[in-house]
Design a protein around this ligand. Structure first.
Ligand code: AMP
Length: 171
């Protein structure tokens, strides 16, 4: 898997000074790279009973629907505020300055369903923790939290309170 790092572009000082941004568009456009990432995540979860794959807006949407298809599961979007048209549940999470909010349709997941949460990057874990709370509030059972890459030094995994995390690549 580590050879896939060659396909991920690292952009210093984006979106602001001091941040090293991991750009997965260079991986997505590579046919072999895209296939290996999706196959890698599928292989991790294919033996687990996943009913629904939850993708986090925006970059989680690049992976979650294709993975849901590969697993024979459904896909549920977690979206930024104001985008969903029916009744929602919402969770706020802290940013460096202020807070942000994510929403999900309250009927998107039925109590007891097995849920896999997917995003591109696990950084501080604030985003993924908020989504995990959303899923659990409606009664979903978190069967996995899958990421293309994890920034180990930010210890995002620790904020996920022992929920099962798997990342294909580690930095
Ligand atoms: P966090 O809540 O800190 O774990 O941030 C996770 C979200 O921010 C993910 O949805 C990522 O897409 C994005 N993100 C955070 N840090 C980076 C980074 N260094 N490079 C690319 N994306 C990032």
């Amino acid at each position: 898997m580590n050879h896939l790092k060659d396909l991920i572009r690292q952009v210093p000082d984006f979106p602001k000074p001091g941040i090293l941004f991991y750009d997965i568009t260079t991986l997505l456009k590579n046919p072999g790279g895209l296939k290996q990432v999706l196959d890698g995540l599928r292989d991790e979860y294919v033996s687990k009973p996943i009913d629904v794959v939850v993708g986090i807006e925006a970059r989680g949407f690049f992976f979650a629907p294709a993975l849901a298809y590969a697993l024979g599961a459904g896909f549920v979007p977690v979206r930024k505020p104001g985008k969903l048209c029916s009744a929602t549940v919402a969770e706020e999470y802290a940013l460096e300055y202020g807070t942000d909010r994510l929403e999900m349709h309250e009927d998107a997941i039925a109590a007891g369903q097995n849920v896999l949460i997917v995003d591109d990057v696990l950084a501080t874990g604030g985003t993924a923790a908020a989504v995990a709370r959303l899923v659990e509030r409606v009664g979903g059972r978190i069967a996995g939290m899958g990421f293309v890459l994890e920034l180990d030094f930010l210890k995002g995994r620790d904020r996920l309170d022992g929920r099962p995390v798997h990342s294909l690549l580690h930095y």
